[in-house]
Ligand binder design. Structure first.
Ligand code: MF3
Ligand code: CO
Ligand code: CO
Length: 289
């Protein structure tokens, strides 16, 4: 049992009383009302947040660099090598390299690829392609995760709409993040509603996730669901929102050979956008801006 004058559990080196005591009391009251609350390891302290933000700058710089270099005629493996070099040059490390056996530094998902596309010399970008580049960076033990869509040359109206609406879904999700007020289910509800209103489906097997001290942490962030369900959102939580929308059905299949590449079952187009977010005392901050 610790006294209120002891150091806070969060590692801030401040007294519990001056740090997370009131926070804990609020969580306890919510728990009593059967509301799902985050465990302590999901609450980041000021030092950790600073580390994650520093990592976020490298991660965003990497996606900017990808944007400057991506074009018709290059291979996704060349992009992968660029990304690796950029990351190392910043004193960081690609978070997904060797993660659960993943063989590359980034994920490159073209057209009907839903996610986890593996860079390859054989995948040459051509005009009309849409591609998601997903990057996770590790810097000094902290992690940030984000992805963007890139348009290659002239793309179809349908592809353009899918890319736009998917990004809108991400921002609709971000908009509902309110400390002590909103829930994981509120994010999914908004994403699904906007996707459906535009005639698109949402992939259900993949979701956002806690992040910061590892590539994937709790909670799982559904991109569909009901309002006021799931974990409540409180200051100090760091997680991603990363909706995947398909122009056709939401069924997907995994490549039998590489065991990673996920494709739409019906061959329809798929798009995804991702940000890492921090819940603050009065709102939400995009760490991967
Ligand atoms: N960056 C991905 C995400 O958003 C993680 C990919 S894991 C990998 O969660 F192993 F496939 F790279
Ligand atoms: Co992610
Ligand atoms: Co990602």
């Amino acid at each position: 049992m610790h006294s209120i004058n002891d150091y806070c559990w969060c590692g801030s080196k401040r007294s519990y009383k001056e740090c997370h005591m009131e926070f804990d009391q609020r969580l306890k009251a919510l728990k009593k009302r059967n509301i799902i609350v985050p465990s302590r390891k999901l609450i980041k302290n000021a030092r950790q947040i600073q580390g994650i933000k520093k990592c976020g700058i490298v991660n965003s710089g990497l996606l900017d660099m990808v944007g400057k270099n991506i074009r018709e005629g290059i291979s996704t493996e060349w992009l992968n090598q660029l990304a690796y070099k950029y990351t190392i040059s910043k004193g960081a490390r690609p978070g997904v390299l060797n993660f659960e056996g993943y063989p590359k530094s980034i994920c490159t998902s073209i057209n009907n690829v839903v996610c986890h596309g593996i860079p390859s010399k054989k995948d040459i970008l051509k005009s009309g392609d849409i591609i998601n580049v997903d990057v996770t960076t590790e810097l000094s033990g902290y992690y940030t995760d984000a992805s963007r869509m890139y348009r290659i040359g002239e793309i179809s109206k349908e592809a353009e709409k899918l890319v736009r609406v998917t990004r809108e879904c991400l921002y609709k999700g971000i908009e509902v993040v309110k400390p002590w007020k909103s829930f994981i289910g509120d994010i999914g509800y908004e994403v699904q509603k906007h996707a459906r209103a535009n005639g698109f489906t949402v992939a259900r097997e993949f979701g956002g996730h806690g992040v910061g001290l590892a590539v994937h942490e709790d909670p799982f962030v559904f991109h569909f669901g009901r309002k006021r369900t799931g974990m409540i959102l409180v200051p100090g939580m760091v997680f991603t929102i990363e909706p995947i929308l398909n122009s056709g059905g939401n069924r997907v299949c995994i490549d039998e050979k590489d065991k990673w590449t996920v494709r739409t079952k019906d061959g329809s187009l798929s798009a995804q956008w991702e940000h890492t977010l921090l819940v603050t005392e009065d709102g939400v901050e995009i760490i991967s801006m």
